[in-house]
Structure formats: C-alpha cells, structure tokens
Ligand binder design. Structure first.
Ligand SMILES: CC(C)(COP(=O)(O)OP(=O)(O)OC[C@H]1O[C@@H](n2cnc3c(N)ncnc32)[C@H](O)[C@@H]1OP(=O)(O)O)[C@@H](O)C(=O)NCCC(=O)NCCS
Length: 161
C-alpha cells in the first residue's frame, strides 16, 4: 500500500479542494488536452454539480498557476467509481496525480467505502501505474469497451473493507 510518507515533498502552494461549478472551464480545458481522459461535454460536467446528483466527490488540485488537475467519482451501494481524472500535461510526473488520488481515497475511506473501482484503457500505462502505486489490482477486462481507437478496458479495484 502506498503511504503518504513515500510521496515526495509537497510544493507549498499545492492545494486540493472540492471542485465548484466555477471550475468547469478549467476542467474542460484539462480533458481537451488529455486524450485518454473521459471526454465529457459541458453538460456532463454540469451534471457533476447538478441539483440531484448521485453521491459524488469532485476534487481539484491547484498550484499558483491555477487548477492543475481534477478527479470525479461517484458512489453506488458503498462502492465508489472513479469516473474521470486528469492532470495538466505540463504538471505531470510531479506527484500531483498521486496526491489527488490519495486525497480521494482518504475521503472514500472516511465515508465507509468498501471498494473503489475504475476502468482504464489497456494501453494507458501512465494511469495504470498510478493506480497500481495505490495498490489497485486488476479485476476484469471489458473487450472493445473504448472507441476511437477501439480498445479493451481494464477494470481496477481497491478493496477498502
Ligand atoms: C494518469 C495521470 C493522471 C497521472 O498523473 P501524474 O500527476 O503525472 O502522476 P504522478 O506524477 O503522481 O505519478 C504517479 C505514478 O504513476 C506512474 N506514471 C505516471 N505517469 C507516467 C509515465 N508517463 N510513464 C511512466 N510512469 C508514469 C509512475 O509510477 C508514477 O510514480 P513515480 O513518479 O513515483 O514513478 C496523468 O498522466 C494524466 O492526466 N493522464 C491523462 C488523463 C488520463 O489518462 N486519465 C486516466 C483515465 S483512466
């Protein structure tokens, strides 16, 4: 299990907070420049903050330059699914994804989650390594789940129970 003590020293200006509707343009810019993130429309982002959403967590990670990444997840019957996560291209490989995912896992645990699941393109090694760093394990495969290009999804699961 990845522990916080193993994470490199934080940039003092780095901050993780709940996302708000005002973050939608920044989150849309992030997915536009992240081909492997879920390419949500404005309506899909707005639904994250809708009046009657499922139980949802939306976090952004900020530095002095602004929002550098986000994560959205929702809960069904005690299990959380990570729906989308992206870090700005210029900010990758500096531990921001690790911190953002860690902050989400802390919240999921605090809310009594039994497990966290997600799907990822088989070829998305950067994301798969991030998940494996947090001890997610492969639990399934969805053949041809993705299009453009067509590709299998690997299902990852982290049991918290
Ligand atoms: C996946 C993503 C969120 C990772 O964010 P990040 O801030 O770069 O991740 P970190 O710097 O915290 O790296 C965490 C670990 O992931 C792995 N990793 C991340 N990017 C990697 C790369 N390009 N090559 C190899 N390993 C990589 C490493 O194991 C790394 O740990 P290490 O630096 O201690 O070796 C980022 O690459 C991204 O936004 N990708 C585009 C969107 C996307 O694919 N989302 C996932 C959809 S399922």
């Amino acid at each position: 299990m990845c522990r916080r003590t193993l994470i490199p020293a934080a940039d003092k200006l780095m901050h993780i907070r709940p996302a708000t509707p005002a973050d939608t343009p920044a989150m849309m810019r992030l997915v536009k420049h992240s081909a492997t993130a879920a390419q949500w429309s404005r309506e899909q982002f707005e639904r994250v903050f809708g009046d009657d959403p499922p139980r949802r967590v939306a976090l952004v990670i900020e530095e002095a330059v602004g929002v550098q990444g986000f994560l959205v997840a929702h809960e069904v019957a005690g299990e959380w699914e990570i729906e989308n996560i992206a870090i700005a291209g210029s900010a990758r490989r500096r531990g921001l994804g690790t911190r953002l995912l860690g902050a989400f896992l802390d919240q999921a645990r605090a809310q009594g989650a039994s497990a966290v699941l997600l799907e990822v393109r088989e070829s998305n090694h950067a994301a798969r390594w991030l998940y494996e760093k947090w001890a997610f394990v492969e639990s399934g495969r969805r053949p041809s789940y993705y299009t453009l290009p067509q590709e299998d999804a690997i299902v990852y699961r982290l049991s918290l129970g």
